[in-house]
Design a protein around this ligand. Sequence first.
Ligand code: ATP
Length: 513
Amino acid sequence: MSEQFKKLVAHCKEYGFVFQSSEVYDGLSAVYDYGPYGVELKNNIKEYWWKAMVHNHENIVGIDSAIFMHPKTWKASGHVDAFNDPLVDNKDSKKRYRADQLIEGYAEKIEAKIQKDVDKAKKKFGDDFDEAQFRSTNGRIIDRQKKIDHAINTMNEYLGAENMEGLKALIEELEIACPESGSRNWTDVRQFNLMFSTQLGNVAGEEGKLYLRPETAQGIFVNFLNVQKTSRQKLPFGIAQIGKAFRNEIVARQFIFRMREFEQMEMQFFVRPGTQKEWFEKWKEARLAWHKAIGSPAEKLKWHEHENLAHYADAAVDIEFQFPFGFRELEGIHSRTNFDLTSHQELSGRKIQYFDPELNENYVPYVVETSIGLDRMFLAMMTNSLREETVPDASGKESTRVVLKLHPVLAPVKCAVLPLVKNKPELTAKAKEVFNSVKFAFNCQYDEKDAIGRRYRRQDAIGTPYCITVDFESLEDNMVTIRDRDSLKQERVSVEEAKAMVMKGIDMSVLFA
Ligand code: ATP
């Protein structure tokens, strides 16, 4: 784990954003709980997504479907037969790995070596340096790139053909060793289904076997007709949902990036067959714009085209984010064809079709999906905003502060109201009065413990964009000092003006303009 990542995880715990689940029992692996500030940040991300996707589109509506679904759902969707990861154990360390991740790790190591050479050359040649040319002409880099391409292409071929023996042979050929023990003593590679199952109380055997949903999308598909009819939507239209999903991940590490219980924000957009590519492009653009509007810098976002399309897709792309451990998938945009609706139609024996009044015909709509992990978005926002800065303290001396530069729209606490000093009843009373006059407008915190400088630092660390300080003059003139988290600018304004400044700063609607 990098230093930056360690600090982020520690910060999340220290300030009540994220806790290990069941920590008193030493925790449950890859399951996490969100604390007081974490739940606020999470709710704000959900609101930003819901507004952008549902409220801002007349032709998108929301649902909240159950986690349990009829077991046939998962047969139809392909999850019972194909929601597998290739698993391999190291016989010496007894550690379990995903075969594809071991191979990708091998490729990443070589890529890191290439990058080192590129960086060195960049330094040497300065402005004249042409990276593309260097990569395509430097002998050592060409050889290394060949190794990467061979590993990844062969892996993709074997994954596509479900060739587990091939994957094992590839791991041996590449001489991949267990990161824990350094040994190359591997078991065979075998498929492992990622769905958690449980049992209905009143039905014995296979019949009563239920799954915890591994994605929220199927709740949308099986409700397609219910929603379309009751909301009187015409194609194209979308159905959105936010909810929990469960996956028995083989290797669950990297904090809340890969969890066994997590939350998804998914939208299925139903379109006329033949128009899916056009909608796929539109949603790609819209989703990237959503990420940029909330402050993710363009250089931390990148597209990843899928080489290996899932059984249901005719196009798929990921938006990757630069997490502390590298670029990884944050959101997927998939053109899912009419696979899911057709499968449900076949297995249920019910007609799941749309009558298109313009074409005067019935058909099974095509679907373009946008699917983002809420927890991964949370991690992306923490990664992007946690900084250490040198700033002048109250006495003007340089000091270091830890600040969470979250977009004010996402900040857990929007404003803190602080009496300049404590144990002065008249000051406390005035500060409480200010607090009470703003607390119904946004999430606000009253704090009087410790010196004012320390209280500012505490608010910086949880990302509070504004602090309102009440001092002795406030008692006379009803003016307060409002401090901006990022610029550190302090302004003397009336209570009403301070409230209006906070309201303006946290106004989500400007992000959609
Ligand atoms: P990965 O390749 O990282 O396992 P995936 O391609 O299986 O992800 P999807 O099935 O496309 O993921 O799920 C949509 C989104 O749900 C992902 O982009 C990710 O943000 C989120 N997600 C998937 N699995 C997890 C998990 N185990 N923990 C947290 N978020 C997840």
